[in-house]
Structures are given as structure tokens and as C-alpha cells.
Design a protein. Structure first.
Length: 406
């Protein structure tokens, strides 16, 4: 089947099967071109204006290269023509249901974006393109959404490829985000990575000891990108301010979850503009300030402590809102002028099987032990309190700290 060549700044030419390329002109996919991959990160890195659409195309390109390598190394024994096209489609459409404004909507009482993606690929506009390309929309949906019951071994194999240690998603976003932010931390030697991989029907992929370096580089790159880009202090402030506004809109019944699912970045602000006159929605000021790049200031921060009951409770957004109200009351300010932020739990997947050493990666001849990998998250995850006013008064800072310390 004929392919359409797409010129990409990261991967150069990416050849997309024509019916799948046609799906890129549907309203569902075009929406991704209006969602920035890194949301408010351009506040810190002005070049970070790349989109979910360009990322999705990049994942498709890496996914095709990955499968070609695995097929040459024996995976062809259990791969079907229809399954391969379904895999390509899953890579291209894995984020088609993604929320706008990057991770500001994470933790909110919404459906998982993978579930939304799976529902969208079953709609006729996308499903017909997948079918014309020779794939199965149902299999594509099942590869994307792990909650869909599956017994087919080929589909399960693709699932493990799409989400794992060295998956196409990470290989694209680390390289792409580093490229557009102008930082070196996320760059991967993708050619070397692909050469290190071997197919396994049950595990998805494995490596031999020469591939340990590739995993080490990816793990440290991910850590550095979280530290310098994804969880940069200014990015966290903007993200938390938007989350405060949207959580308030949802919990107060001003917005229904379904109204958010198919919005783009500007659509979020347009929706909030319609709520401008609503009473008891002072939280809208947070979103307005983000829109105008008037961010709050950090007045307290500390590492998240798993042994601190106060910290654990704050993983609940409702408890977090209650704390913001208490802090505001103690300071004599409006509750919309206080935001508490805790980054969501993340994992640094490292469970690849090393063939020649016959152990998992963290038990292999690497310096990245399980304990070392766990420290990545521990050192990155900080609780912060942001306020509209920057407080330098020692008594006020002590008053704020009281709410977080044992």
C-alpha cells in the first residue's frame, strides 16, 4: 500500500500508510494540532510550542521502525498483516483522546484519556481509515486501552510494545521535547536503542547486556527532563493554577466532564470565559492569571514524605482544596490566592529482561539498582504552596509551613 511522506524535524521523513494519513485530516486528529504537547512549558522554554499531533506522527514513525527490527529478529512468526496495521494505527492515534492543556487535567474526576482514545478510533471517521489501510479498529482500540478485555496474544504483544521501558512514546517525546525546548537532556541514540531490542511473545521486548546502556540513558534522561522541564517550578505553578480552576468548575457543577474531553487549549479558556459571571467561582482568577502569564510565587516547598500523614492526605484533591482554604484563612486572604501543588505519582519503568544475564534490568550489571530508580521519584516529587503575594515575612512563612510539617 502506498505511503505519504511527512517531513518531521526530529525523525526527518516519516512514511504513513495513505488511509491512515487521510485520518490526520479528520476533526478528531486536527484537534491535536491545537494542543501543545507541553502546555504552559513555553513560559520557561519559548520553543516548546510543538503539538500532540506532531508527537503522534513521531510515535508512528518510531513504531514502524521498532516493528521492522523485531520482525527481522523473529517476531514475524506471530505477526499478521492486519495486526501490524492496527499497531501502526494505535501508535498514530494513541493520544487522540488526550486532554487539552497537557497535564492540568490529571487527577481530576475524568475518564482516562486512553479510554477516550479507544472510543474515538471506533468512530466511523477514524475506523473507516484504519479498515481501508487493512487494520482492525477494534484491535487498535484494544492496543491503546488496557482495560478492554483481550485474549489475543498478538494484541497483548503490541500492548507491551506501546507502553514499556523503551516504547515508541518515550523515544519520541524525550527526543522531541528536548529538541523544542533546546535542552540536551532527553536526547536518545534511537538507532542504538532499536539495535539492542529482541522480540519476546510474552514480555514484548528484551535486551542483552549491550542494551543496558540504552536503558540507563533513557532512565536518566527521563529524570533530567522531569527535573528541568516537565516539573520545572514555573511549569508546576501554571499547571496547578489551571487545575485549581478546573477542579472548582467541576465540583461546583459549572462544567460537566464531557465538556472538557474534546476541547483544545484555547477552547478551555473559551469555556471558562462563559462562566465569567457565575457566582462563587473566584477560582476563575487563577486561569486568567495563567493566560496572562501572571503566575503565583512559591512561599513554601518540601519533599513529599510518604511517612507524613498530612502529605498523603493531600493526594486527594478535595483535601488539598480544604487545606488551601485553611491557609488562606490563616493569612487573611482569599482562597483563590492560594494553591497547593503535589505532582502526581510517576514510575520509572525498568523491568526489561536482560537475556544473557537472565535477570531483570535492576538486578543486572547496571548501577541503576531498584533503590536508585526509586530515588528518582523521591527526589523529584515536591510539595509546594503558591500564593498570589510573595511572602518574605518569617512569621507568615512559619505559619504556612505548619500545615505541611508533622
Amino acid at each position: 500500500m502506498q505511503c505519504k511522506a511527512i517531513r518531521d524535524p526530529v525523525w526527518k521523513h516519516i512514511h504513513i500508510i495513505e488511509p491512515l494519513a487521510d485520518a490526520m485530516f479528520t476533526c478528531e486528529f486536527v484537534r491535536l494540532s491545537r494542543i501543545r504537547q507541553l502546555g504552559p512549558t513555553e513560559i520557561v522554554y519559548p520553543g516548546a510550542v510543538h503539538t500532540r499531533a506532531s508527537h503522534s506522527i513521531g510515535v508512528y514513525g518510531v513504531a514502524r521502525r521498532l516493528l521492522e527490527v523485531l520482525e527481522q529478529r523473529g517476531a514475524g512468526e506471530w505477526l499478521t498483516k492486519s495486526g501490524k496495521v492496527s499497531w501502526y494505527a494505535a501508535a498514530l492515534f494513541h493520544d487522540i483522546g488526550h486532554f487539552p492543556y497537557t497535564h492540568s487535567l490529571k487527577e481530576l474526576p475524568l475518564a482516562e484519556h486512553e479510554s477516550l482514545s479507544a472510543q474515538i478510533v471506533l468512530k466511523d471517521s477514524i475506523a473507516s481509515c484504519i479498515s481501508k489501510a487493512g487494520g482492525s479498529p477494534e484491535q487498535t482500540a484494544a492496543i491503546i486501552d488496557k482495560d478492554i478485555p483481550v485474549n489475543d496474544s498478538e494484541t497483548l504483544f503490541y500492548r507491551r510494545l506501546l507502553s514499556g521501558v523503551l516504547d515508541p512514546d518515550k523515544l519520541d517525546y524525550l527526543n522531541r521535547d528536548a529538541y523544542y525546548c533546546g535542552v540536551p537532556y532527553g536526547v536518545q541514540d534511537t538507532d542504538f536503542v532499536l539495535e539492542c531490542l529482541y522480540p519476546d511473545k510474552e514480555k514484548g521486548i528484551t535486551i542483552d547486556s549491550t542494551g543496558i546502556l540504552a536503558v540507563e540513558n533513557l532512565l536518566f534522561s527521563k529524570y533530567m527532563m522531569y527535573r528541568s522541564v516537565y516539573w520545572h517550578k514555573q511549569v508546576r505553578i501554571a499547571t496547578a493554577m489551571m487545575k485549581k480552576t478546573l477542579y472548582a468548575a467541576l465540583t461546583k457543577g459549572l462544567v460537566a466532564p464531557e465538556e472538557l474531553y474534546q476541547l483544545d487549549d484555547e477552547g478551555v479558556f473559551r469555556l471558562l470565559d462563559t462562566l465569567e459571571e457565575k457566582k462563587d467561582f473566584s477560582e476563575k482568577l487563577c486561569a486568567n492569571r495563567v493566560r496572562n502569564r501572571q503566575l503565583y510565587s512559591v512561599v513554601w516547598e518540601g519533599l513529599f514524605d510518604e511517612n507524613n500523614a498530612k502529605h498523603l492526605a493531600l493526594e486527594d484533591l478535595n483535601k488539598r482544596t480544604q487545606l488551601e482554604n485553611q491557609i488562606a484563612e490563616s493569612l487573611g486572604i482569599s482562597s483563590c490566592d492560594v494553591v497547593v501543588d503535589i505532582p502526581e505519582r510517576i514510575s520509572f519503568e525498568s523491568n526489561l529482561w536482560v537475556q544473557d544475564e537472565k535477570v531483570q534490568f535492576t538486578q543486572s550489571s547496571t548501577v541503576f539498582s531498584a533503590e536508585t530508580v526509586s530515588l528518582f521519584t523521591k527526589n523529584l516529587r515536591k510539595i509546594r504552596c503558591f500564593c498570589k503575594t510573595c511572602y518574605n515575612n518569617a512569621d507568615k512563612i512559619k505559619k504556612i509551613a505548619y500545615f505541611f510539617e508533622i
